[in-house]
Design a protein around this ligand. Structure first.
Ligand SMILES: Cc1cc2nc3c(=O)[nH]c(=O)nc-3n(C[C@H](O)[C@H](O)[C@H](O)COP(=O)(O)OP(=O)(O)OC[C@H]3O[C@@H](n4cnc5c(N)ncnc54)[C@H](O)[C@@H]3O)c2cc1C
Length: 716
C-alpha cells in the first residue's frame, strides 16, 4: 500500500510539474529568459533563494524530472562557481539518493524475487565491485543521471556508499557545468558544453579506478611471491597432486593439449571414487538389491526365497568390480595418454617446486609453472569418547575390513544420515545385518525436501533399519566383548549394542602435510580458491573435494577442466568455474536425484516457484517393472516453463535426471521436453508426463471456452 502511495505521489507531482508548465524554466531558452528575475530575488534574499534553489534541485532529481543540466547551469549563473558547485554537489547527491531509495523501496523486492537467480551474478559483482562501477557511471556524464539512480536502487549497493560515491563521481561533471553556467550568455546549446575531448577525459578518469584495481591485484600477487625465488626455467608445465577424479581429468586435459604434465599419487590411482567410494558402494548396492529382489520375488510371480550367499563372495565381487574399472584410471593408461605418473607423496616446497617422496624410495624435485592440488577428502571421524576403544570402520577401511568377515556384521550401527550413511545402511540391512542408523538432525538426507526424507526413511524402515533421527551420539563403551554406543534423545540416554560401527558423518578436505601450511595458502574447511580455482598463489590451483563446494566425482571432473585450462592458459584467457547446474543422486532404493532448487532451497532463498509433480505409480513401464513408486517434481518460474530445479525419486532416478540437467544447462523449458518424442515404454516418459502436467495446469482456459463454442458452432 505504502509503495503504491509513493508511486501515486511521485506520479501526481510529475503530472503537476508538466500541467503547470514548469518545464518551460528547464529549457536553455526558458532559463535564460527568467534568469534576470531570479537574480533580482537572489540579490534581495541570497540565503532564501539559495535554500529554495537547493530544495527545487533535490525534488527535481528525486522525482527524476528532466532538466538537471539546466538547473546546474542556473546554479553557476546565479551563485558563481564555488557556491554553485557546493549547492549542486549536495543537492544532486541527496536527490539522487532519494530516487535510488524510492526505486529500491518500490521495485527492488519485486525485481529480485522475480529474477533473483538470474540477477545473482550481477548482485555478486555489485557486492564486490559496485562502488567502482558506480564511480565510473557517475564520472562519465553520458549515462543518464536518473537511469543510474533507478537501476542502482535495484542492486545491493549500500545507501551510504551510494551517496558518497555519487557525490565524488559527479564532482568533475558538476564543476564543468556550473562553470559553464557562469558564462551562460555565451552558451548557445547544451551540446557544446562538454566537448568530445572532455568526454573522453571523463571516460579515462572513469576507468582509472578499475585499472588501478587490476594493477593492485597484480601487485598483490607479486607480493605473495616476493619471498620465493622463481626458477628461470621449469621442468614441467603442470604438476598435479592426487590421482582421483579431479587429478586424473586435470592431467588428461593437460596431456591432450601437449603440456608436459606429471601426476603424483601417493596411494591408489583412481582415488576415493574407485577404491573406497562410488565404485565399491555401487557394487555392494547391486548385490544387496538382488538379495532384496529374491526376498520379494513373489512380486514378480516367482517364489520368494531367502537369499543364500557367502558374504566373502559379495565382498570379493566388490573388489573384482574395482579391479575391472581400475585400468581406466591406471598408471599404464595415463602414461599412454602422455602423462608422467609418479607414485609417491608430493609436497609443495615453493610456488614452483614440488618434492615427491617416491613410494619405491628416493625423492625427486620438479619445478613447474603451475600446480593443481587435487588431494581429495577423507572421512570425518567424530571425537566420540571411547570410539577408538570399541573400534570402527569408515568408507576408507570398510571394504578391506569387512572383506575379512564370513558374514555381514550381525548388529551394525551406521553413524550418519547423509547419502553415504543411507546407501550403506540399506545395503547391509538387505544383506542381513540388523542396522541401527543414528542421525542427530530431525531427519535423514536433510538437504532434500521433507517428503523425500520421509520416503527414504520409509524405505529404509521397510528394509528393517532402525532409523533414529534427533539422536545424538554421546560416547562408546565396552564391557568385555560387548560394545555399545550411547545416544541421547529428548533428554534420555539410550545404549545400543553393536558388533560393528560405521562412521559416515561427512568428509573433510585433506589440508595438512603437503605444503599448504608452509606456503600460507589459506584454508576454510577446504582450500580457499577464487572463481578461477586459483589459491592465494595464482599459479597454484585446487579442484575436487579438496576445494569443494560439492563433493562428487562429476563435480571434481568438472572443476578439473577449469583448473587445467586456467593453469595452462590463464595468462591469455581465464574461465570462471560454472556451478549453475549441478546434479547429484543418492543410490538408495528408491533412488533420489536432484538438480537445481528444491522447495526448501527456494523458500530459503525467497525465490518464487510453482511445483508440478508426476507420480511414477502411474507410469506404464514402472508398473510393468514392479517399480511404480516415487515422483518427478519440477519447480518452475511462476507462469513460465523455465525449470528452476527437479527432484526425482524412483527407479533409475539418477539416469532420468540427465534430461533435465541438459534442459537446465541449455535453457530448455518444459514445453521443449513435452515436444520431444520419448520411447514407449520407458521410465524416461515420466519426464515428458511431468511436462504434460505442467502444460495442462497452464492451458489457456478462456481460449478453450471459445474453442468449445467454435466447435459447437461448426457442428451446427
Ligand atoms: C562411500 C562413498 C560413496 C560415494 N559415492 C559417490 C557417488 O555415487 N557419486 C559421486 O559423484 N561421488 C561419490 N562419492 C564422492 C567421490 O568419491 C568424491 O567426490 C571423489 O572421489 C572426489 O575426487 P577427488 O579427485 O577430489 O579426490 P580423491 O578421489 O579423494 O583423490 C585424491 C587423491 O589424492 C591423493 N593424495 C592426497 N594427498 C596427496 C599427496 N600429498 N601426494 C600425492 N597424492 C596425494 C590421495 O591418495 C587420493 O588418491 C562417494 C564417496 C564415498 C566415500
Amino acid at each position: 500500500m505504502k509503495k503504491i502511495l509513493i508511486l501515486v505521489t511521485a506520479g501526481l507531482l510529475a503530472v503537476g510539474f508538466f500541467a503547470l508548465d514548469l518545464n518551460q524554466y528547464l529549457t536553455l531558452e526558458g532559463m535564460k529568459a527568467s534568469l534576470g528575475q531570479f537574480e533580482t530575488q537572489r540579490a534581495a534574499s541570497p540565503l532564501g533563494v539559495g535554500l529554495a534553489f537547493f530544495a527545487i534541485y533535490v525534488v527535481a532529481t528525486a522525482l527524476s524530472l528532466p532538466g538537471a543540466v539546466i538547473l546546474t547551469l542556473a546554479a553557476g549563473a546565479l551563485f558563481g562557481l564555488s557556491v554553485g558547485t557546493v549547492i549542486v554537489s549536495f543537492a544532486s547527491s541527496i536527490g539522487a539518493t532519494l530516487a535510488f531509495l524510492a526505486s529500491r523501496y518500490v521495485l527492488r523486492d519485486v525485481i529480485q524475487r522475480r529474477f533473483g537467480d538470474r540477477l545473482k551474478a550481477i548482485n555478486d559483482g555489485m557486492a564486490k565491485e559496485g562502488t567502482l562501477y558506480l564511480f565510473t557511471l557517475r564520472l562519465v556524464p553520458i549515462f543518464p543521471f536518473f537511469l543510474v539512480n533507478l537501476l542502482m536502487g535495484l542492486t545491493p549497493v549500500r545507501t551510504l556508499s551510494y551517496y558518497w560515491v555519487s557525490q565524488l563521481g559527479m564532482l568533475a561533471g558538476t564543476l564543468v557545468y556550473v562553470n559553464a553556467g557562469t558564462h551562460l550568455a555565451q552558451i548557445k546549446s547544451l551540446a557544446g558544453i562538454v566537448s568530445p575531448g572532455l568526454l573522453l577525459s571523463f571516460a579515462l578518469l572513469g576507468v582509472f579506478p578499475m585499472l588501478a584495481k587490476k594493477f593492485m591485484t597484480v601487485l598483490q600477487s607479486r607480493r605473495v611471491y616476493a619471498k620465493w625465488q622463481r626458477p628461470k626455467t621449469f621442468d614441467r608445465n603442470l604438476v598435479v597432486i592426487g590421482g582421483g577424479a579431479a587429478g586424473l581429468v586435470t592431467s588428461y586435459i593437460a596431456a591432450a593439449v601437449k603440456a608436459k604434465v606429471t601426476l603424483v599419487e601417493a596411494h591408489k590411482m583412481g582415488g576415493d571414487c574407485l577404491n573406497y567410494g562410488c565404485v565399491p558402494s555401487k557394487a555392494l548396492i547391486k548385490s544387496s538389491r538382488v538379495a532384496h529382489q529374491m526376498r520379494h520375488a513373489e512380486n514378480y510371480g516367482l517364489s520368494a526365497t531367502a537369499p543364500q550367499f557367502s558374504f566373502k563372495k559379495v565382498m570379493a565381487r566388490v573388489h573384482e568390480v574395482i579391479a575391472t574399472v581400475a585400468p581406466h584410471d591406471s598408471v599404464a593408461r595415463y602414461t599412454e595418454l602422455g602423462v608422467e605418473v609418479l607414485q609417491g607423496y608430493a609436497t609443495i616446497v615453493d610456488p614452483w617446486t614440488v618434492e615427491i617422496k617416491l613410494n619405491h624410495g628416493g625423492t625427486q624435485r620438479l619445478t613447474t609453472r603451475s600446480i593443481v592440488i587435487a588431494a581429495g577428502a577423507r572421512p570425518f571421524v567424530p571425537p566420540l569418547p571411547g570410539l577408538d576403544d570399541v573400534g570402527y570402520v569408515t568408507s576408507d577401511t570398510l571394504w578391506d575390513e569387512f572383506a575379512k568377515l564370513d558374514a555381514p556384521p550381525a548388529r551394525l550401527v551406521v553413524l550418519g544420515g547423509g547419502p553415504i550413511g543411507c546407501e550403506l545402511a540399506q545395503s547391509f540391512g538387505r544383506l542381513g545385518s540388523k542396522v541401527t542408523q543414528i542421525e542427530m538432525a530431525p531427519r535423514i538426507m536433510i538437504r532434500e525436501d521433507i517428503e523425500v526424507s520421509d520416503l527414504a526413511r520409509d524405505s529404509l524402515s521397510r528394509d528393517g533399519i532402525d532409523v533414529l533421527t534427533s539422536h545424538k551420539a554421546l560416547r562408546c563403551e565396552r564391557e568385555g566383548n560387548h560394545k555399545f554406543i550411547v545416544v541421547e534423545h529428548q533428554g534420555q540416554e539410550k545404549r545400543i549394542e553393536f558388533d560393528a560401527l560405521l562412521c559416515a558423518v561427512g568428509r573433510v578436505a585433506r589440508l595438512q602435510g603437503y605444503g599448504l601450511e608452509n606456503l600460507g595458502i589459506p584454508t576454510q574447511r577446504t582450500v580457499a580458491v577464487n572463481d578461477y580455482l586459483e589459491t592465494l598463489y595464482p599459479n597454484i590451483y585446487a579442484a575436487g573435494d579438496v576445494a569443494g563446494p560439492y563433493q562428487f566425482t562429476h563435480t571434481a571432473g568438472h572443476m578439473a577442466w577449469y583448473a587445467a585450462v586456467n593453469a595452462l592458459f590463464g595468462e591469455f584467457k581465464k574461465f570462471k568455474v560454472d556451478y549453475s547446474v549441478v546434479p547429484w543422486a543418492t543410490f538408495i532404493e528408491p533412488e533420489v536425484a536432484r538438480v537445481g532448487l528444491n522447495e526448501q532451497d527456494a523458500k530459503e532463498k525467497n525465490i518464487p516457484y510453482e511445483v508440478t509433480k508426476y507420480g511414477i505409480d502411474d507410469l506404464d513401464r514402472a508398473i510393468a517393472d514392479g517399480t511404480a513408486h516415487g515422483f518427478v517434481k519440477v519447480l518452475t518460474v511462476p507462469g513460465k516453463d523455465r525449470i528452476l530445479g527437479v527432484t526425482i525419486v524412483g527407479e533409475h532416478a539418477g539416469d532420468l535426471l540427465a534430461e533435465f540437467v541438459l534442459a537446465m544447462k541449455h535453457g530448455l523449458g518444459l514445453n521443449k521436453i513435452l515436444g520431444t518424442i520419448h520411447t514407449y515404454p520407458t521410465l524416461a516418459e515420466a519426464n515428458k508426463y511431468v511436462a504434460g502436467e505442467w502444460k495442462r495446469a497452464h492451458a489457456p482456459q478462456k481460449v478453450l471456452v471459445w474453442l468449445g463454442r467454435f466447435h459447437a458452432w461448426r457442428r451446427g
